[in-house]
Write a protein that binds this ligand. Structure first.
Ligand SMILES: CC(C)(COP(=O)(O)OP(=O)(O)OC[C@H]1O[C@@H](n2cnc3c(N)ncnc32)[C@H](O)[C@@H]1OP(=O)(O)O)[C@@H](O)C(=O)NCCC(=O)NCCS
Length: 178
């Protein structure tokens, strides 16, 4: 049986490499319009599977990435939290970004904040990154709250270059921790 590499443990969570049993719950998560409210669209099965492959390869290559989140109490996969490299050009790129996406049933229990604090610590002190950024739509208050609660500092707002002009999701908040 494949035992995925564990990178971080918190009191309630395991942050690890992805495994095959994560595929179906992550496909479902990316089809949920609540979860994907602040993204241009929900993702198809094929798009999600391609994304998992990219994420997984990134973790293998760099020793960090968007880690699969597993609850310790029931061993269920609940989404991801971790570090990645934004694919667009802006005044703060190239950089390392922290991001999170959890299934709706697992929101508002502090899981994203718990995982994010551990990832920031891992990024800054184990990987020895000088700084880590985070950004989200100005309307994504839940996500911005995670940035605030993890001690990240607001840098301002910017227009996301991959989002069409005039789209309500274009303007993003930008946070950083050093
Ligand atoms: C953003 C997300 C990861 C947060 O996960 P979570 O586990 O619920 O986060 P936490 O419980 O750690 O913290 C959420 C905080 O937002 C607060 N919050 C929730 N809804 C809120 C609202 N409408 N307005 C203001 N604050 C809100 C919660 O009360 C909590 O803060 P508190 O602990 O100070 O009370 C989750 O909502 C998610 O997966 N969203 C969809 C994906 C996404 O948008 N990802 C980010 C894209 S950049």
């Amino acid at each position: 049986m494949f035992t995925p590499q564990v990178f971080i443990e918190t009191p309630r969570l395991i942050l690890r490499q992805w495994k095959a049993s994560d595929h179906e719950p992550y496909i479902k998560l990316n089809r949920d319009t609540n979860v994907m409210e602040f993204f241009p669209s929900v993702l198809s099965r094929e798009e999600t599977l391609a994304q998992i492959e990219r994420i997984s390869n990134h973790i293998t290559q760099y020793g960090y990435g968007l880690f699969a989140l597993e609850r310790k109490d029931n061993h269920k996969f609940i989404g991801f939290t971790g570090l990645s490299h934004p694919s667009f050009e802006s005044h703060f790129t190239p950089c390392v970004e922290i991001g999170w996406r959890l299934s709706r049933a697992n929101w508002d229990q502090g899981f994203a904040t718990e995982a994010a604090k551990a990832c920031l610590d891992y990024g800054l002190h184990t990987v020895k990154l000088g700084e880590i950024y985070s950004f989200t739509s100005v309307y994504n208050v839940r996500s911005e709250q995670v940035m605030v609660k993890t001690g990240m500092v607001k840098q301002g707002v910017f227009d996301h270059p991959l989002i069409e002009d005039g789209d309500i999701l274009k303007q993003h908040v930008l946070y950083k921790i050093s």
